[in-house]
Design a protein around this ligand. Sequence first.
Ligand SMILES: C[S@@+](CC[C@H](N)C(=O)[O-])C[C@H]1O[C@@H](n2cnc3c(N)ncnc32)[C@H](O)[C@@H]1O
Length: 326
Amino acid sequence: MTSILQDCSVIHNELEEFENDVMLGLSAIHKNISSKYLYDAIGSDLFNQITRHPDYYLTRCEIEIINDNKEKFSNIIKQEPFNLVELGPGEGVKSKILIEQFLNDSLSFTYMPIDISKKYLTHLLSKLKDSYPHLNAESVNSDFLQGLTWIKEHSKKRNIVLFLGSSIGNFNSLQAKEFFYHLRESLNPGDYVLIGFDLCKDPEILINAYNDKDKITSEFNYNLLARMNRELNANFNIEKFRHYPVYNVYNSEMESYLISLEPQVVYIGNLKRSFVFHEIEPIHIEISHKYRLLEIEQFAANAGFNIVNNYMDKKNYFVDSLWQVQ
Ligand SMILES: C[S@@+](CC[C@H](N)C(=O)[O-])C[C@H]1O[C@@H](n2cnc3c(N)ncnc32)[C@H](O)[C@@H]1O
């Protein structure tokens, strides 16, 4: 196997995109900012800490599933060289288990992580290079869909796509439906995707996971305000906002807000604009949808995938669903 480790960054103007999205989001009747902006260098570090926290069960459950089934995954996908594409790998803890299994089984593949966070990609690639000097890897620094389009234009190989950590839950049902449609469009018949879905469970467990007792999740969300201060020359006073997570039982969604604790005006230098916040006015930051198996089956069928199998942890908290393009 050749030893290639290169960074094929998709060029996009990150700052301009951030400015436009903040302008639109904070001008809306219900103020909102996309959760993808939580992951700058500081946010990425905080998210890593969250994944190791005892209250955040998601990572532990998915590691258990992948460890229990890695040989099966390897057997299912083993023919032909393929791209192991990963959407939003973060630290890549789970992907590393699969990479190691596939290397041990002498599968021929190129690992292609797509992530909006340069920090995650650089760190991940350098760690992989140390651990697996013969691994072929090319990183794509971009949004998920832009990255998939880039791969489709640059490679004719079969694709195995990993979308782990229930990152899909950050989309509402309509967005998820559209996302799966675009995912299907960027793949070819026979390609596989392995998607992590967090399942519906006792809301107490959910609230604890998204509001850990050591306040790391609060810090993670406050960092979004700090990021706007750093990058957009805003003057948010972080102490005047509070992290507020709530479980919406009708939509099966954990919702995270930053609530303005008092009436205030915030100026954002790069936008040359002030934004008025009323007392207890929220900024919607993130949703984390919780799924039922029936919903997962409908997503797969609507987008043109067959479900090969659903792999669950012993507590039935989480499922990794293996789909194949029809
Ligand atoms: C919730 S973390 C999940 C990390 C990892 N997959 C796991 O299972 O722990 C989300 C990851 O996706 C990246 N990300 C979030 N939104 C993105 C987007 N729209 N396009 C590309 N990457 C994104 C983040 O930088 C981060 O690495």
